[in-house]
Design a protein around this ligand. Structure first.
Ligand code: ADP
Length: 438
């Protein structure tokens, strides 16, 4: 632009000079006319160039203006249609701009917000703290996630998280840009989590008390049960003439039922102690091959009654392991006697193998009734019996596998089962060769 002004000035100066010379010396007028004509032509050309440049500059200016307008519109759209509520206020909190989300959040028409003070949307009881924050904001120039309750036009409160930034810091009339988010849902979820957590700890405490109570009750029941069983067994040993066949039959029933009850009490006691995390393994070194042999021999009488074959195979380079012998025995007895209980024809086999990383697998296979896929995931839960009517006939409490599962975990091991209804089951227990004290 200044170049163009300079060019006009030059033409003006030349014209000025020309007219001065013409007025001073009239004799030179024809020469001057020619000179003036040339000067005029040069000036015209220069003016043309200047005009061209001016036009070009004008076009650039229009283009730049257009771009600025586009950018402004883009910013306005972004501001207006942002999913979050944005407001721009002066430093007294008077709203200068508000987007659509703001209008929606406060449930007012968008133009209603303009020139209102933001404090209007703060409930009475929070206004003091709001003012204090405004004063603070003047010094700290931004604020992150300030949580406060705000009020919609219909009077309903909502939890809001506010972030404020100062804009136009350089100018004297700086403003604040507010991002206001409705966090009611988050607050409700947090409150729900707190309730669930407190309920959870209440339930945990109840479960602990329940286990403690069960352990105590079953412990107290065990002692008199042992006495009943002991005395009934003493009665059985009485000379034949003192005990009629009828009485003998009754005593046999007492013994049988007392044994069942004692097993149940022992199971409940074990389960409660395990659940309360109070069972300690008594670790010792022993021969696993010998244990497996002893257990299978002990249970072979059950297979004989049902005409099943029971065999075992231990393939360990070194059968010496460190574990709680009685508890491992309990696991084996449980799984093998289940296999016998749920098998009518065929066989039950026990296999012990060495695994990598100093672990061993104990596998019990049967050709019994099998377990439906849907029931497989539940059988390690306490009191879970797949076929209720079958179990009523064959007894059992549904605690056996739950105890086994907890014991195996305590031994830093795992238990799994593969089965198909009508096609037998395979239980697999994996434990470390040496269980470590915890
Ligand atoms: P229970 O005292 O009833 O045997 P368990 O916890 O030992 O309780 O077993 C839970 C349920 O799992 C059993 O009632 C039975 O339905 C099923 N189950 C366990 N072992 C076998 C198996 N070898 N074959 C088929 N079903 C089995």
């Amino acid at each position: 632009m200044s170049k163009f002004v300079r060019q006009i000035e030059t033409v003006q100066q030349r014209t000025q000079k020309l007219s001065e010379s013409a007025s001073l010396e009239p004799s030179l007028q024809s020469d001057l006319l020619v000179q003036a004509f040339e000067e005029l032509q040069i000036a015209l050309e220069e003016l043309k160039v200047a005009e061209e440049e001016l036009r070009e500059q004008n076009e650039q200016l229009v283009c730049a203006h257009h771009l600025i307008e586009q950018e402004r519109q883009r910013y306005l759209d972004l501001f207006n249609f942002a999913p979050d509520c944005y407001l721009v206020t002066d430093i007294d909190g008077k709203i200068l701009e508000a987007n659509c989300a703001a209008a929606k959040l406060f449930q007012v028409p968008q133009n209603y917000l303009k020139n209102k003070v933001l404090i209007n949307f703060v409930p009475e009881q929070y206004r003091r703290s709001f003012r204090t924050q405004l004063t603070k904001l003047r010094q700290i120039d931004h604020l992150q996630e300030w949580e406060i309750q705000l009020q919609k036009r219909d009077g309903n409160y909502f939890d809001a998280a506010i972030s404020v930034t100062t804009v136009n810091i350089a100018s004297s009339s700086f403003k604040w840009r507010w991002l206001v988010r409705d966090i009611t849902a988050r607050k409700q979820a947090e409150a729900q989590i707190r309730t669930i957590e407190s309920e959870n700890s209440y339930l945990q405490e109840t479960a602990r008390l329940k286990s403690q109570f069960m352990a105590m009750v079953s412990h107290e029941l065990r002692t008199p049960m042992h006495a009943i069983l002991g005395f009934a067994q003493l009665l059985m040993r009485q000379p034949y003439h003192l005990l009629s066949p009828q009485l003998k039959n009754m005593v046999e029933r007492i013994i049988c039922n007392a044994k069942n009850l004692l097993t149940l009490i022992e199971d409940i006691l074990d389960f409660s102690t395990l659940e309360a995390g109070r069972l300690d393994l008594k670790l010792q070194e022993f021969n696993l091959a010998e244990l497996v042999q002893a257990v299978t021999e002990e249970l072979s009488s059950l297979t004989l009654q049902k005409n099943l074959s029971l065999n075992f195979q231990v393939e360990l380079p070194n059968p010496l392991i460190t574990n709680d012998r009685n508890r491992l025995r309990q696991i084996l007895v449980n799984i093998i006697s289940n296999a016998i209980k749920f098998t009518y024809t065929g066989s039950v086999s026990v296999e012990v193998q060495a695994l990598p990383e100093n672990r061993i697998a104990m596998i019990v296979r049967d050709t019994g009734i099998g377990i439906a896929k849907a029931d497989l995931q539940n059988i390690f839960q306490e009191f879970q019996q797949v076929n209720q009517s079958f179990n009523r006939r064959h007894g059992g409490t549904g605690l056996g596998l739950a105890i086994v599962d907890k014991l195996v975990r305590l031994m830093q091991g795992s238990i799994s089962v593969e089965s198909q209804l009508g096609d037998g089951s395979t239980f697999r227990v994996e434990i470390p060769v040496r269980v470590l004290r915890q």
